[in-house]
Ligand binder design. Structure first.
Ligand SMILES: [Zn+2]
Length: 525
């Protein structure tokens, strides 16, 4: 708490002592989203030419190569990377111990006519500095082939920057509609460009299991396919192999994005019972149906009283933990009706054995078993806000999605749990723009405020969710997510005192050109 207060205090001082508000002319050059915390505009420009080189030590070689690869297609220059300065002007990347106040993700960038210097405490900060640098170049730098007649100039500035929240995410639903590797890579690129650092992958749900698990081949042979009676187009089903996941993890890591796997339980699991019916209370074999061809919520859920259920979940989570290096695993936990638990002898036996009050407490007991296993793998558990029902473990992180459940949200914060805000009122990007306009996303602050007055340290961050039951084509999905994602990127990164809609809106207009060049469709309201 103290550290954050100090940072905000010094930020206020810097902003207060800083010169005039940005003039329109200067703003035209600084079109960065999310807005950096402190920008000081200096005299002059830096020009990248064929003589420019990149200077970096071995510990930043991955980032230096990524920078070179970002800049070379459009400019036609393959900038040499050296440990020493070899003449000509220079882009230098450097880690500095004394920048620890900038945290894991902050960076400082100084651009003079001779040199661009990006410094940070950690390599993640260098990645974000590089993304700011890309946004400061003429937008044509995003082109994938040489562009003639563009001077690759940067305005001379000093930027001091670090994120407001640690978690700035997007959830993609891969179950209702499967999205292939190249589409996911496009999203990782876009997230990184806007300094969003988490891609939450909703990999399992009633409409399909989307990740290969070696121990349970029927999950991919049966549960990843829609029942043929529905004649669903083939591209909407399928799964990621272990090699696909490794490839995506590596791609995301190089761009500063962490992939967070979600394995749903105890509800939204009927696709599992198409392959392994013995894991439910009834043991009935179910079929996998498209979203609008069956109930949105099924009564069939994992049996909490069978030891086979926990064996299955532990084996699955063990393989998932190995594939994903993330600190967190999401276990779903939402919309689980307990009708069948009420009459299942196995479930009732557990309620009696552990003196649980009711089926809500049984769900809480279920989640604690799974959390114990996840912790034994060195990971932390995240669940949707229903995991607060029936008593919540103090170490679980809660993803709040039900906009009407603010009291539960505040009591979880009071109890000491970390929370991620993703309310239906502002963050559900499968909703229409009539319901959540681009500007409305900017006002998520009203909910953040309520927690901040209680305990700001408990907000891990913010996230947008995209459920794929309505918009099931790539352009359709893009238009739902963009440009709203850019708005959330700024809410998650930039301190509230440092941003306002009237300043953001013209910058957003400027970024439509970037979205075009990134091959992203968007809705221009
Ligand atoms: Zn049962």
């Amino acid at each position: 708490m103290m550290k954050r207060m100090l940072w905000i205090f010094s930020l206020c001082l810097i902003l207060y002592s800083c010169k005039e508000p940005l003039t329109e002319e200067v703003q035209a050059e600084i079109q960065v989203i999310p807005r950096p915390q402190v920008i000081t505009v200096l005299e002059g420009t830096f020009e990248m030419t064929s003589k420019t080189s990149i200077k970096a030590n071995r510990d930043l070689m991955v980032q230096a190569e990524q920078l070179r690869d970002y800049l070379s297609p459009a400019s036609g220059y393959v900038l040499p990377i050296n440990k020493r300065h070899t003449g000509g002007n220079l882009i230098e990347l450097k880690l500095l111990d004394e920048l620890s106040t900038l945290g894991e993700e902050g960076y400082e960038m100084t651009i003079t006519s001779k040199k661009v210097l990006i410094t940070a405490h950690r390599s993640q900060g260098i990645i974000w500095g590089i993304q700011t640098l890309r946004q400061l170049f003429p937008v044509e730098i995003l082109r994938e082939a040489a562009v003639d007649d563009v001077a690759w100039e940067l305005p001379c500035v000093n930027i001091l920057d670090k994120p407001r929240f640690e978690w700035r995410g997007l959830m993609i639903d891969y179950s209702r509609t499967f999205w292939n590797i190249s589409h996911t890579k496009k999203y990782i690129d876009a997230l990184s460009y806007y300094k969003m650092n988490r891609l939450h992958m909703h990999l399992t749900d009633d409409q399909g299991w989307r990740i290969e698990i070696e121990k349970y081949p029927a999950l991919t042979e049966i549960a990843s396919q829609f029942d043929t009676v529905y004649h669903e187009p083939r591209e909407r089903e399928g799964y990621y192999s272990r090699e696909d996941i490794r490839e995506l993890v590596r791609y995301a890591e190089a761009r500063g994005v962490e992939l967070i796997p979600e394995i749903e339980m105890p509800g939204h699991t009927t696709e599992v019972f198409a392959a392994y019916p013995e894991l439910s209370c009834t043991g009935d074999t179910l079929s996998v149906h498209p979203f609008f061809k069956g109930p949105g919520i099924h009564n069939e859920i994992f049996c909490a009283g069978k030891k086979e259920t926990f064996e299955f979940l532990e084996n699955v989570l063990s393989e998932v933990s190995e594939l994903f290096p993330s600190e967190y695993i999401h276990i779903g936990g939402d919309e689980a009706p307990k009708v069948l638990w009420k009459t299942c002898p196995h479930c009732q036996r557990v309620i009696k054995e552990y003196s649980l009050k009711d089926e809500d407490e049984l769900q809480s007991w279920f989640i604690r078993q799974v959390e114990g296993y996840i912790q034994s793998k060195g990971k932390k558990l995240i669940g949707w806000d229903e995991i607060t029902e029936g008593g919540l473990s103090g170490t679980a992180t809660v993803m709040f999605w039900r906009a009407g459940m603010e009291n539960a949200l505040l009591s979880a914060v009071e109890q000491g749990n970390m929370v991620i805000l993703t309310p239906t009122s502002h963050c559900y990007f499968d909703y229409t723009y009539d319901r959540i306009s681009t500007e409305k996303v900017y006002s998520l602050e009203s909910i953040i405020d309520k927690i901040e007055t209680l305990n700001p340290e408990k907000i891990l961050g913010v996230q947008a969710n995209f459920w794929s039951h309505i918009d099931r084509t790539e352009p359709g999905m893009d238009r739902q997510i963009f440009p709203r994602l850019l708005v959330l990127a700024e809410v998650g990164w930039t301190e509230a005192l440092n941003r306002e809609w009237d300043h953001f809106s013209p910058r957003l207009e400027h970024h439509y050109q970037s979205l075009d060049l990134l091959d992203i469709y968007y809705t221009d309201e």
